[in-house]
Ligand binder design. Structure first.
Ligand code: NAD
Length: 298
């Protein structure tokens, strides 16, 4: 049976460290500030934004939420982002995606000052991660959290290990692959056009699934003793819980994979909780950098 990698506990540890560091910073007159911007009334986005703002308050941050109507003009949103860029009380700016269709998301994201881009989506931060310039980069929160979980099991140096990332999105797959490379793993990025995906997956000492297809990775795709990081969050019907009920599953068939893997993240309770914790960590790091302090290692 695989070791169970507890993302809830790891996320709680990160948040505790952030809280402690925030107390110390605040005593010196520096309060980390996070601004979360949401446009429109997408229910899922509202839930995410509410939990980000709530967690920021719990961390002792100056937490600001801007809720704009769906018909907000792009120029208005850009003006808000620019105002937040110029506000010294704000160290992190997060614009919740997706934005309404009439707004160019890329333009909005690229307008966020790179040093306040705690989501790590600005080209400057993407470039820093791609060139291994991690000291001054912001790394997207989900892969950063996944990496932290992986390091708990495998340590910080992945030399000699084969890592396979399934999924090549800009927010998970690609940054995850770059993080693995920066940690000296030998990295393969697999995706929907990959030939014989099960065989590629079986070559992995570290297998990261970030696809969005429920339980796609079967037990016989997993190499004996591999570390499996399941980023997928998929809602599927759960008639066993009652009519119309659903449950969350990952991209990995957990019950099969845990019999073969050396360690595995569950869904829920694996990578999921790490995302908001890493957002808090990034905001704290940003506040430290803005004030010439060396950020704590989290
Ligand atoms: P995405 O749709 O942007 O990218 C999916 C990737 O999977 C693509 O690169 C595609 O090539 C690949 N893919 C699709 N079908 C495939 C197939 N049959 N075989 C191999 N590869 C295939 O998704 P994303 O934003 O990267 O998210 C991936 C998953 O991670 C989703 O389930 C999402 O919900 C989850 N996610 C979780 C968190 C979190 O834990 N907080 C955050 C972001 C995303």
């Amino acid at each position: 049976m695989a070791e169970f990698i507890d993302g809830k506990a790891a996320a709680a540890e990160v948040v505790e460290k952030v809280k402690t560091e925030t107390v110390a910073l605040t005593e010196e007159g520096i309060t980390p500030g996070l601004a979360v911007v949401i446009v429109g009334d997408d229910p899922a986005s509202q839930v995410y934004v509410a939990s980000k703002s709530k967690r920021a308050k719990e961390c002792g941050f100056h937490s600001v939420q801007h809720t704009l109507p769906a018909e907000t003009a792009e120029t208005e949103l850009l003006a808000l982002v620019k105002a937040l860029n110029a506000d010294p009380a704000i160290h992190g700016i997060l614009v919740q995606l997706p934005l309404p269709d009439h707004i160019d998301s890329a333009r909005v994201i690229q307008t966020i000052a790179p040093e306040k881009d705690v989501d790590g989506f600005h080209f400057i931060n993407v470039g820093k991660l791609g060139t291994g310039t991690l000291d001054s980069a912001f790394v997207p929160c989900t892969p950063a959290g996944a990496m932290l979980l992986l390091k708990r099991v495998r340590g910080t140096d992945l030399s000699g290990l084969n890592a396979v990332v399934i999924g090549r999105s800009n927010i998970v797959g690609k940054p995850m692959a770059n993080l693995l490379l920066a940690a000296n793993a030998t990295v393969t990025i697999a995706h929907s056009r990959t030939k014989d995906l099960p065989a590629v997956a079986r070559s992995a000492d570290i297998l990261v699934a970030a696809v969005g297809r429920p339980q796609m990775v079967r037990g016989d795709w997993v190499k004996e003793g591999a570390t499996v990081i399941d980023v997928g969050i998929n809602r599927i019907p759960a008639p066993e819980k009652g009519e119309g009920k659903t449950r969350l599953v990952g991209d990995v068939a957990f019950d099969e994979a845990e019999k073969i893997a050396g360690a595995i993240t569950p869904v829920p309770g694996g990578v999921g909780p790490m995302t908001i914790a890493m957002l808090m960590a990034n905001t704290l790091v940003s506040a430290c950098r803005a004030n010439g302090r060396v950020p704590p290692s989290l």
